[in-house]
Design a protein around this ligand. Structure first.
Ligand code: EPS
Length: 391
């Protein structure tokens, strides 16, 4: 399965084309729209989210709510486009009038300057329109389709916020929860998408302070995936390791600078005797681990334990109190350009990370099992699970 997205932040729409989803999957557009709405929420979002109400239009690959096995096209309109029609016009030459929103003062930390140098753009709007995190709406739509596929084989994926601006949610509260369903109930009802209500309150206060100061905040998101079959990915080659693919998927999200599996970097601070997940056996269950310090991976393969993946998002580089920069035309020192932006998008990024994990897992499942028809895929996965349990 592969996919591509297209679309500029203030262009007419975002488009995603997915190739390789099996035939016979009942696809709920309502569910895709619900996921798009989840990404739009979050304390600390800016005014753009008041304009957009992301809804998907499916223009290929689905008939009578069922996938056909042919490429699926998803479109999401940009409602803000109405204000940008002249500036973003595809079929009109550049004029003094439609160049009015050109950007010449690159923002430190954004793709502006290098993008301009690389593509020889003299108006950095040509860079920021695509490097904008608006594109992640299309990925969430693709991820929602993938989650619906994964649900058919019992795999559940959930993204949430673990830390925001240095305020950590208390992990012992997370460990005390019995299921992903319980966790989902808490995080879906939190406007900072976290399970610890005391930390959430502090996060909101911090976001308010940052907003007043014209500053921005980053954080850490976490994604958990449960009931993942044993043995997705492989140790045999650098390119077949599934944790490596997930790392790529997480780092591909705008502003992400780090990724961890399980206890991640903290594993390095303990001796080996304390961090490996010991192996047990029960007749009903087959082999299983007593803990999950390694986040569900050994040798680049899934162990059957929940996948635990964390991603670190830097603060958004668009600042209302801009940093030093240089005008690309005059070469004079100036403050970076000020664009409308969010104070933080960490809660939204948790939904994007969830989508990226779902996409990568769906790709692994479809590479390993039949991908023509859902019925055949489910049969193969069930037989494989049985065989693994009997090992
Ligand atoms: C973004 C800047 C803002 C955000 C945008 C990402 O957009 P605008 O420049 O139109 O105010 O709102 O995020 C989205 C539009 C979205 O859907 O998440 C940026 O520069 O990355």
């Amino acid at each position: 399965m592969r996919y591509v997205t297209a679309g500029e932040s203030h262009g007419p729409e975002l488009t995603a084309i997915i190739e390789g989803i099996p035939a016979g999957l009942t696809l709920s557009v309502k569910q895709v729209n619900a996921d798009l709405a989840r990404r739009q929420q979050g304390y600390g979002r800016g005014n753009r989210m008041k304009i957009e109400q992301d809804k998907v239009i499916v223009t290929s690959g689905v008939r009578h709510q069922m996938t056909l096995g042919s490429p699926i096209t998803l479109q999401i309109k940009n409602h803000d486009y109405i204000h940008w029609q002249k500036i973003m016009a595809a079929d009109e030459p550049a004029t003094a009038a439609n160049r009015v929103r050109q950007v010449v003062k690159p923002r430190p930390g954004h793709a502006d300057l290098v993008g301009g140098q690389k593509y020889q753009h003299q108006d950095l709007r040509n860079v920021l329109e695509r490097s904008s995190a608006r594109e992640t709406a299309a990925r969430v739509a693709v991820g929602s389709v993938c989650k619906q596929l994964l649900n058919e084989i019992g795999v559940d994926v959930l993204g949430f916020v673990q830390q925001l601006g240095g305020i950590e949610s208390d992990e012992t509260q997370l460990q005390a929860l019995a299921s992903l369903t319980e966790l989902r109930q808490l995080t879906e009802n939190s406007d900072v998408r976290t399970y610890d209500s005391a930390a959430a309150q502090k996060m909101r206060q911090l976001i308010q302070q940052a907003r007043q100061a014209g500053d921005t905040l980053g954080g850490v998101v976490e994604v958990i995936a449960t009931h993942v079959p044993v043995g997705l990915g492989s140790y045999v080659s650098a390119t077949t390791k599934l944790d490596a693919k997930l790392a790529q998927a997480i780092i591909s999200i705008n502003a992400f600078k780090g990724v961890e599996f399980g206890d991640g970097f903290a594993l390095t601070q303990h001796p080996g005797s304390q961090v490996m997940d010991e192996i047990y056996y029960a007749k009903q269950r087959g082999f299983y681990r007593g803990s999950d310090h390694l986040g569900g991976f050994e040798g680049g393969m899934t162990t059957g334990a929940p996948l635990i993946i964390k991603g670190a998002m830097k603060p958004i580089p668009t600042l209302y109190q801009p940093l030093n920069s240089v005008n690309i035309k005059t070469k004079q020192k100036e403050k970076a350009s000020v664009q409308r932006a969010d104070t933080t998008a960490v809660p939204a990024a948790a939904v994007v990370a969830e989508a990226m994990v779902a996409i990568t897992l769906a790709q692994a499942v479809l590479a390993q099992f039949n991908s023509d028809s859902l019925i055949r895929l489910k049969k193969q996965v069930a037989a494989y699970r049985k065989e693994i349990a009997a090992y």
